[in-house]
Design a protein around this ligand. Structure first.
Ligand code: SF4
Ligand code: SF4
Length: 170
């Protein structure tokens, strides 16, 4: 995983929420990799700066973070709403709230994310990929066209329809 290499490269540390957390940007970062034969002096890996904080573990609605840095995907709303192609367990469904695609609670509560830096990179600007109620009516082709270039397509049309059905009941 990229975050392991990022931590070894001194960019940050693996937070209790399992995400690379950086001193300057928290966990709201994209990780990229460049493979090169250039001899570069490595930075020193950072020690964890989570300290006594356990906010992410305490705030997770399904208690999916079972130990610092250990996420039980079977309980994680993000896993189920994005990756799971089957049925979502009832106990997870009950905690989904309004999360139709993913869940960022364990990032939102992190003190290292309290003052997010807004990028000036225009290619990272938000695009209109809101999931409106009418999305359930879209054909497969219309869904793929609507969300072209968006990570939302990872859940596929059927996954989003399933998730909206669960959230709509809540
Ligand atoms: S993404 Fe949501 S459900 Fe998954 S570990 Fe984080 S807070 Fe818990
Ligand atoms: S919420 Fe606290 S424990 Fe969790 S990753 Fe952020 S600093 Fe670490």
């Amino acid at each position: 995983m990229e975050r392991v290499w990022a931590a070894r490269a001194g960019l940050g540390w693996a937070g209790a929420n399992g995400l690379l957390t950086t001193p300057g940007y928290g966990s709201w970062v994209f990780l990229g990799v460049i493979l090169t034969t250039l001899p570069l002096a490595p930075d020193v890996p950072l020690e964890s700066r989570c300290g006594m904080c356990r906010l992410c573990m305490q705030s997770c609605p399904t208690r999916a973070i079972v130990a610092p840095g250990v996420i039980d995907a079977r309980r994680c709303i993000a896993y189920h709403t994005v990756e799971n192609r089957g049925d979502i367990p009832e106990e997870v469904q009950r905690q989904m709230g309004e999360w139709v695609f993913g869940c960022d609670i364990c990032q939102e509560v992190c003190p290292w994310n309290a003052r997010p830096v807004v990028t000036t990179e225009r290619r990272f600007d938000p695009v209109n990929h809101d999931i409106e109620p009418g999305v359930v009516e879209l054909s497969e082709d219309a869904f793929n066209a609507r969300f072209a270039g968006s990570a939302i397509r990872r859940a596929k049309r059927e996954g989003i329809r399933r998730n909206m059905g669960i959230v709509g009941r809540g």
